[in-house]
Design a protein around this ligand. Sequence first.
Ligand code: MN
Length: 130
Amino acid sequence: MPQRKKCIAVVEDNPDNMLLVRIMLADRYTLREFTTGEGAYSGILRQPPDLILMDITLPDTDGVSVMQRLRQHAQAAEIPMVALTAHAMRGDREHLLAAGFDFYIAKPVVDARVLQDAVAQYLEVGLPAQ
Ligand code: MN
């Protein structure tokens, strides 16, 4: 039975990083790409995806505040949100998880499977292994 591809909102202002995410995920999922925090905020509320990959440093605002504002809306409160960030300082992981992200992936994503496995964890839990 054909199934709708799961939809991932990717919030990333760096074209090279966006391209990497596209290469790693676009064959399995429908991607909706946003390059600003405000664009992501309104677009995600209008049409909630199944998962969000959120850059932290964005041109207009930061990914933490976008995530927290989204959480205040019923249609986005339960969406898995993964921080995808070059903030790889000691303590950043704990900070981002405490702020409300479900998961954290450090950039640059060198190994595609790190990203693919994390996404699959949230989107395909319960499906038989292929
Ligand atoms: Mn950025």
